[in-house]
Design a protein around this ligand. Structure first.
Ligand code: GRF
Length: 226
């Protein structure tokens, strides 16, 4: 089996990168990481990649006069490593149409909310403040508008009454680490078919149950019971 080649773009801690490194450590996983690129020097994610023996590059946005120059710098590394799919994982730079369009349908991102709700930054603060009962995370194809594009996979977590942003972030992060490798696997297995704004997934099973929060006190918590 040919494994597709991934590039992972990071700006920091790299725990999602680590979940992809761990998935790719299994030789039967249909992808491998060929390149990690950070726009910030010295971040923990770079050390994780080096530890795993993955080629790393720093393309520091501050070293370029404008976004176009920065994106040309990214493309130079990406083209040399001949990647099939770019995974943005905590990559904190906005990319322009000039970068995104040539990589259309080969560029994915993970965002820590149930898109299209709660785009942008300080997501968990916004969620806690809003009073919604559920949040989660989303892996999606990237389109030029921020945190926009066809959704591949989502995971849902409850928001608890005593949550602060950090507690919620930790609960969601654990789910991010589950869904990002799954999204990459589905892409590599060519099971994702983009139809307009939607992604149809070959052979996908949808859970039957819905969740209710707060939990129903009659023991019937899923909508299928009600
Ligand atoms: C994650 O919550 C991701 O969804 C968001 O930024 C965070 C990055 O965390 N875009 P890490 O660097 O992967 O640990």
């Amino acid at each position: 089996m040919d494994r597709i080649k991934l590039a992972v773009l990071i700006s920091g801690r790299g725990s999602n990168l680590q979940s992809l490194i761990d998935a790719c450590a299994d030789k039967s996983f249909p992808a491998r990481i060929a390149q990690v690129i950070s726009n910030v020097p010295g971040v923990a994610g770079l050390a994780r990649a080096e530890e795993a023996g993955i080629p790393v590059a720093v393309v520091d946005h501050k070293a370029f006069e404008d976004r176009q120059g920065f994106e040309a710098g990214l493309n130079e590394v990406l083209e040399k490593s001949g990647v099939d799919l770019i995974c943005m994982a905590g990559f904190m730079r906005l990319l322009t149409d000039g970068f995104i369009n040539p990589w259309r349908d080969r560029l994915i991102n993970i965002h820590p909310s149930l898109l299209p709700a709660f785009k942008g930054v300080h997501v968990h603060e916004q969620v806690v403040e809003s009073g919604v009962r559920f949040s989660g995370c989303t892996v999606h194809f990237v389109r030029p508008a921020m945190d926009d594009g066809p959704i591949i996979i989502q995971a849902v977590v409850p928001v608890r009454g005593n949550d602060d942003a950090d507690a919620l972030a930790a609960r969601i992060l654990a789910q991010e680490h589950r869904i990002y490798p799954r999204a990459v696997r589905l892409f590599a297995e060519k099971r994702l078919h983009i139809a307009g704004g939607r992604v149809l997934i070959e052979g996908a099973e949808t859970p039957e149950d819905a969740l209710v929060n707060p939990r129903a006190d009659d023991g019937r918590n899923s909508l299928s019971d009600i």
